[in-house]
Ligand binder design. Structure first.
Ligand code: OXD
Ligand code: MN
Length: 639
């Protein structure tokens, strides 16, 4: 619950009045909003939403309150306002595209300052880390949670507009969707939430039938003139708090990405995973794609890769194998639930792509390139002289550029022109290969689940799990090189189980138990595979071309889903039988090295997984995971 005891009743009443005239206020203060803009009145809010808005206004003391209706005119007004404030620059090269530059200390998710609150630490942190820092979830006690809020929120929106964003994760009204209300003082967040989720009056309508929603309170913080014009923030005091028991998310100090677009990681994954366990489904860091084979059969797969490991590229893949077609349902998050026929069905709870820009090019992801040059906000990419964008990996650098910090840049510079975690925020509906069923309320049927990461050494291109429990073990044992999406640096290989390490909303041991509990009579369990597009040879060269050529791996995966006997057993699981992976036309692929299972490497890998399980999970690790580790060890020893 928010604290507002010390705020006079009067203020609450006044803020309520404010809401009713907010658009008029903002018209006077900055952005002109068309007169015909429709404003849902505060009085028209459901009682719980209204109470949340009033309490938040009383706490944060904004100058005015604006309830977002999600209209086009509202979006246009926000864009005008942000250009006036210096948050966005229009990019005249493209249609309705904008560039934002953040404060250089507000560029990525801040995992070290992201916490989950519960009465019992064990709800969040596995047994082995009781009272210590855990790699699998930062715990905060309720009293510290309250204190963190009390130190930051009172009066933090003075002189600013408080926006109220009703949003739906998933198609509005779908039985698989969930609703949130984000309160924020950042117009950039409002505009981005409009792209990444479904917002506005139609969402409030759904709330009229069911008052359940997740309360999300976000403030950028900072006072006085911001260090970067149009980007107020408070990096030293940034904090992201989740209280699953109260369906509450609180975020202060950062305006960027998963720290501030609270529907994404905070709701859809951290709170989502808690809700999913409670209700018997799965909220996962996974892309979803539809694949049509040359016979015209369509199947869907979901895939969990850590941030910046090519989820968006796979989700938008142009398959190189003739006769195949890939269509995109989502590139980051999947909510999956078994239906009454025992089929696992997935929705993408998002409405847009918040993709990593560097590395995206006509060669690596032509579909993304065909998607992002209209109606897009780019953040922290470089700008060309003529009002276009550029990032590392897009193609040859234009002669002169302005880098992500607004400084002149040319290729002699040692620093990158675009920040490695620079992003495009673009509507999914305009992706040329968006799947026809991407907004289907019942979700798409999932035939296979892929897990993977960046593993330069030792890990084969593709391995099929022998059964569900083995697949869960593969997910638990996942590791990957660190990425720029969070505040880690360097190329360390980190444990990242299920690509969810930064996103678990509850005890990881219980999460594994939840996955293990999925098989039931009458359920058609998807097959689970581990893939690694990133294995390198002794010279540091990738052994596999990746991108569209990954369709060759998908072809094998789908044949295995049909139970075709195109596999052989290995100590790690099932891999393609010799000749079963179509590599014709690829030139010299060293299949032996690509699929080799070096004994020394795997002994060390098993040791590292054991150490991780012991040090990070301990007594909460389901015993099936220890059994699977033993099977792995035995298989490796005998190989
Ligand atoms: C993301 C991430 O932004 O995983 O999608 O970091
Ligand atoms: Mn992600």
């Amino acid at each position: 619950m928010l604290h507002f005891k010390s705020v006079p009743e009067d203020y609450v009443r006044q803020s309520a009045k404010c809401a009713q005239v907010a658009l008029n206020c903002s018209r006077a203060a900055h952005a002109p909003v068309p007169r015909n803009a429709k404003l849902p009145q505060l009085a028209a809010l459901t009682p719980k939403v209204r109470a949340f808005v009033e309490r938040s206004a009383a706490l944060c003391q904004p100058e005015q309150v604006h309830i977002c209706d999600g209209s086009e005119s509202e979006a246009a007004a926000l864009l005008r306002l942000m250009q006036q404030q210096g948050t966005l620059r229009r990019l005249p090269q493209y249609d309705n595209c904008y560039l934002a530059r953040t404060d250089p200390s507000d560029v990525a998710r801040v995992e070290s300052r992201t916490f989950i609150c519960s009465e019992r630490e064990r709800d969040v942190v596995p047994a082995a880390r009781a009272g210590q820092k855990s790699a699998l979830g930062n715990y905060i006690a309720p009293s510290d949670y309250e204190k963190a809020m009390a130190e930051r929120f009172p009066g933090c929106m003075r002189g600013r507009t408080m926006y109220v964003i009703p949003f739906s994760m998933g198609p509005v009204g779908s039985p698989l969707s969930k609703i949130g209300v984000e309160i924020t003082d950042s117009p950039y967040v409002v505009y981005s939430m409009r792209v990444m989720t479904r917002i506005g009056s139609r969402v409030l309508e759904v709330l009229r039938n069911d008052e359940q929603f997740v309360r999300c309170l976000h403030a950028v913080g900072g006072s006085g003139a911001p260090a970067v014009p149009g980007w107020p923030c408070d990096p030293p005091r940034t904090i992201i708090l989740h209280k699953p028991s109260d369906n509450e998310i609180i975020s202060y100090g950062s305006g960027y990405g998963g720290n501030s677009l609270l529907g994404k990681k905070c709701f859809a994954l951290r709170l989502g995973s808690v809700i999913a366990r409670r209700e018997g489904w799965l909220a996962e860091h996974m892309l979803i794609v539809g694949i049509t084979d040359p016979q015209g059969r369509k199947r869907y797969i979901a895939a969990a890769f850590p941030s910046a490991c090519g989820k968006t590229n796979l989700a938008m893949m142009t398959p190189s194998l003739p006769g195949y077609k890939v269509e995109c349902v989502g590139d980051d998050i999947a909510w999956m639930r078994f239906d009454k026929n025992g089929v696992l069905r997935a929705i993408n709870p998002e409405n847009g792509f918040f993709g990593v820009a560097p590395g995206t090019s006509a060669a690596t992801n032509p579909i993304a390139m065909a998607t992002v040059f209209k109606n897009t906000v780019f953040t922290n990419v470089a700008e060309t002289k003529d009002g276009g964008v550029w990032w590392e990996g897009m193609g040859p650098a234009p002669e002169s550029l302005t880098d992500w910090k607004g400084q002149p840049w040319d290729s002699s510079k040692k620093t990158p022109a675009a920040h490695p975690n620079s992003r495009f925020c673009t509507p999914a509906a305009q992706c040329p290969m968006i799947d026809d069923a991407w907004e289907s309320p019942e979700g798409v049927p999932i035939s296979a689940i892929l897990l993977g990461g960046r593993r330069p050494e030792g890990v084969p291109l593709v391995v099929e799990a022998r059964d569900w429990a083995h697949g869960v073990f593969m997910g638990a044992a996942m590791r990957s090189e660190a990425t720029a999406a969070a505040e880690h640096s360097g190329k360390v290989v980190m444990h990242d189980p299920f690509a969810m390490r930064p996103f678990f909303g509850y005890n990881f041991g219980e999460y594994l138990q939840h996955w293990l509990s999925m098989p039931r009579a009458g359920r058609k369990m998807p097959k689970i595979f581990h893939v690694n597009w990133f294995r390198k040879d002794q010279q540091g060269k990738f052994l596999w071309p990746g991108f569209g050529e990954n369709s060759r791996v998908l072809d094998w995966v789908l044949r295995r889903c049909d139970e075709q006997p195109c596999h052989v057993e290995t100590p790690l699981g099932l891999v393609p039988a010799p000749g079963a992976l179509p590599v014709d036309g690829l030139g010299d692929i060293n299949m032996e090295e690509l699929f080799s299972i070096p004994k020394d490497f795997w002994i060390k890998e098993a040791d590292s997984v054991e150490k991780y399980f012991k040090e990070e999970v301990g007594d909460d690790l389901p015993k099936q995971m220890w059994e699977q580790l033993e099977i792995l060890r035995r298989n490796i020893q005998q190989s």
